[in-house]
Design a protein around this ligand. Structure first.
Ligand code: OSB
Ligand code: MG
Length: 380
């Protein structure tokens, strides 16, 4: 057999309405401006992935538009002379994209679509291809900033009734102690955590130290998005475990985190780390250094959601992730059936040979606002 090769790549831009706005310390998202990548193989299979870059560069430096441009101008071209026989060959996609600096979300979109296509071409469940073992994974919920504490309590009550296994609240200076103490008062035994999306600085150490009284599972990315050193200073000063999100792009970052004790927990996002190959390396590094690990989210459509579930099946993911069911985000997802709880608070890891069988092509087409097909030899 000559192995899998790629015939063409289709990049789509979608505009998908969200059920409700999601507010963080860096802004408010009301609809999804998102790329979906399709990798078409010579044998006629299609691998899918979602690019989690946001409309504006507020979480990281990428945007939907820059990802579109990186893919069309630089990344897709790297696939034409590659062929994929064994699982090991899939790691070469990451290696080929590595000389280009940053833009991990754009790289991840292409890399994951190749893994997804390989799973389809060789009829192997994607979660097994990744090294997964778990068949059901626990999930928590990430709750955006709310208009009032009363509203927050109501929302959390509803989520707990649905079965979510832990609650993460978004915080920022001025919206922190009040919601956290209200939640702790209302739900004494709740697995509760806070995500600051880099909204604090070292001058807030006394404030963050005072949060020890809330017994949070962790505080996520309290300090600079590009920092590890100050997080180490903070971690030494507080009892609450520090979790890193924005600061982690590679297994090397995980090693540095462990070395200087910048945190005790890693939030892994496939897009932020450049895709599946690096995610596996990060998983292994967390096990090696004894860091806790869970899978974060970027308000994904069903395509990204199914990939998050697949990676979470690896044995080292030891805390509930942010990958909630589709209905938390969309009235109508672009996959059918949507992601739903298998049992309250848990998602089944289905043995999907790539996500193609779940993609609703009509809905995908319906929400597509722009589309570009790239083929070998055709200039962009
Ligand atoms: O920091 O984890 C984050 C959403 C968009 C950008 C950044 C983050 C988030 C979330 C939501 O917290 C996670 C989800 O429900 O997908
Ligand atoms: Mg976060």
């Amino acid at each position: 057999m000559s192995g899998m090769s790629v015939r063409e790549v289709v990049v789509r831009r979608l505009n998908l309405p969200m059920r409700e706005p999601f507010e963080t310390s860096f802004g408010r998202e009301t609809d999804k401006d998102v790329l979906v990548v399709e990798v078409h193989t010579d044998a006629g299979h299609i691998g899918y992935s979602e690019c989690v870059a946001m409309a504006s560069p507020v979480y990281n430096e990428e945007t939907t538009s820059t990802a579109w441009q990186m893919l069309s101008d630089f990344f897709v071209n790297q696939l034409w002379d590659q062929s994929f026989h064994e699982r090991e060959d899939l790691f070469l996609v990451r290696d080929r994209l590595q000389p280009f600096r940053k833009n991990q979300m754009a790289k991840a979109a292409l890399e994951m679509a190749v893994w997804d296509a390989y799973a389809a071409e060789y009829s192997v469940p994607l979660f097994e291809l990744l090294g997964g073992v778990r068949r059901e994974v626990p999930v928590g919920i990430s709750v955006g900033i709310q208009a009032s504490t009363r509203r927050l309590i109501e929302k959390v009550e509803g989520y707990l009734e649905q079965g979510f296994q832990r609650v993460k609240v978004k915080v920022r200076p001025g919206y922190d102690e009040e919601p956290l103490s209200a939640l702790r008062r209302e739900f004494p035994g709740l697995l509760l955590m806070a995500d600051a999306n880099s909204a604090y600085t070292l001058s807030d150490v006394p404030l963050l130290k005072a949060w020890d009284r809330f017994h949070l599972m962790m505080v996520e990315q309290p300090l600079g998005y590009d920092d590890l050193v100050d997080h180490a200073t903070l971690q030494a000063a507080i009892d609450t475990p520090v979790c890193l999100d924005e600061s982690i792009h590679s297994a090397a970052d995980v090693r540095k985190t462990a070395k200087i004790k910048a945190g005790k927990v890693i939030n892994l996002k496939l897009g932020r780390v450049g895709g599946f190959a690096e995610a596996i390396a990060i998983h292994d590094a967390c096990a090696e250094y004894g860091l806790d690990l869970w899978c974060g989210g970027m308000l994904e459509t069903g395509i990204g959601r199914l990939h998050n579930i697949a990676i979470t099946s690896l044995p080292g993911f030891n805390l509930p992730g942010d990958t909630a069911p589709s209905a938390r985000y969309f009235t109508e997802d672009i996959i059918e059936p949507a992601v739903e709880f298998s049992t309250p608070g848990n998602l089944a890891v289905e043995p999907l040979c790539g996500v193609h069988s779940r993609v609703d092509r009509d809905r995908l087409e319906h929400w597509t606002v722009d589309k570009r097909t790239l083929r070998q030899g055709e200039s962009s």
